[in-house]
Ligand binder design. Structure first.
Ligand SMILES: Cc1ncc(COP(=O)(O)O)c(C=O)c1O
Length: 384
């Protein structure tokens, strides 16, 4: 094994998988709200586009490095209609085989040993892992009490070494969302310190109660310092298709493209045409998906509250981010839920040390099961 790989701690989701598999092997029936993999079907218009692409003899060869023109056009149309953002598809856009890989490629192509990557203290794991794979140093930026980044906590020496700063709003697992003004503050910080700002917008469409998620590219001048990753995984129930894109600063996109060209080809044409269909029809596809998550959110939040566990409803993402009850260690709590009511949740430490003492519930089960899960979770807390 490579020394770098060996130095990276095991992925917490692997550990969770092992515990889930052991419980199933022992005959336990489980409600799995651990991983954030959408359970809904791929939209029919997307399935049809994939079927057509799979049957098209012209499309069976290696895909070009540049995105397919239909994907470019659909993404440009979506960014314009949804955010009022315009991009030059040839230079400011790259198709990705999922944003997880894409974020890794952006980090790996932009950093070298000794560089710093600024990462929110509670974070989607690839931010830190790709940084370590690059031999760079993750520096965790604390949150203010409202979930915004405390930029004052970044020392001048750290800022001087930083090559990338990552922001993720709406956040996984925190569910925090921010205003465009707040995104403008990060753009300004990146501009002053000559850092690439990487906005991970995986939950761009999953928002409720009238809240519309902004894009960092709406901030004037952001194209000069920022890139943003978007994905079809969550908004369109397409996590298995592996299609996403990055848009923004041309130089960073060119570097990521060049990095990818050394280890792979362009993104699967079938996946790109599936993504093109999704983005083209986003106005029709997204509302029912959001309505389902809203109903699930309301059902589980009511069930927690009815059980005497005060939980407030997040206005975005597909998660609840909750406190581990007093008296339980992180894994102890996860194990108690698997062994007792058979509910699989994700321990907060999967998202970094600062996630300790919290756990995440994903809304990836129908409402009835989420209500059962909440009942089981509430019942596991010892009553005094
Ligand atoms: C914040 C965040 N970014 C990126 C991803 C990866 O998504 P994709 O399926 O596009 O790789 C996820 C998936 O859970 C996520 O939560």
């Amino acid at each position: 094994m490579s020394a770098t790989l060996e130095s990276i701690p095991p992925y917490v989701f692997y550990e969770l998988d092992a515990r889930r598999a052991a419980a199933r092997a022992a005959g336990k029936s489980l409600i799995d709200v651990g991983i954030g993999s959408p359970d809904g079907p791929i939209p029919p218009v997307v399935v049809e586009a994939m079927q057509r692409a799979a049957a098209d003899r012209q499309l069976s060869g290696y895909p070009h490095f540049q995105a397919h023109p239909a994907f470019q056009q659909a993404v440009a149309g979506y960014l314009g209609a949804r955010f009022g953002v315009s991009v030059n598809p040839a230079k400011e856009l790259l198709a990705l085989a999922g944003s997880k890989e894409g974020i890794a490629e952006l980090i790996l192509s932009h950093t070298r040993a000794g560089d710093v990557v600024l990462i929110p203290e509670v974070y989607y794991p690839v931010y830190a892992r790709a940084t370590l794979l690059a031999g760079a140093e993750p520096v965790f930026v604390p949150f203010l009490s409202d979930g915004r980044l405390d930029l004052d906590a970044i020392t001048p020496a750290q800022a001087a070494r930083a090559k990338v700063m990552i922001v993720n709003y709406p956040g996984n697992p925190t569910t925090t969302s921010v205003s465009l003004d707040e995104l403008a503050r990060y753009v300004e910080f990146a501009r002053v310190h000559d850092i690439l700002l990487l906005s991970d917008l995986a939950y761009s469409e999953l928002s409720f109660d009238g809240y519309q998620v902004p894009s960092v590219l709406q901030v004037p001048g952001a194209h000069d310092v920022a890139v943003e990753t978007h994905t079809c995984s969550k908004s369109f129930n397409m996590a298995g298709v592996r299609i996403a894109f990055v848009a923004g600063q041309a130089a960073a996109i060119a570097r990521a493209d060049s990095y990818r060209s050394n280890i792979g080809y362009g993104v699967s044409t079938m996946a790109q045409l599936a993504g093109a269909a999704a983005f083209t029809h986003h106005v029709d596809i997204v509302p029912p998906i959001v309505a389902e998550y809203r109903a699930r959110r309301d059902a589980i939040v009511s069930a927690f509250n009815a059980g005497g566990w005060p939980v407030s409803a997040p206005r975005s993402t597909m998660y609840l981010w909750l406190d581990v009850p007093a008296g339980f260690g992180d894994w102890e709590w996860v194990d108690a839920l698997i062994a007792g009511p058979g509910v699989v949740v994700t321990p907060g430490l999967a998202f970094g040390e600062a996630g300790r003492g919290k756990f995440r519930v994903s809304l990836v089960q129908p409402s009835e099961k989420l209500v059962l899960a909440a009942g089981g979770i509430v019942a596991t807390v010892p009553r005094h």
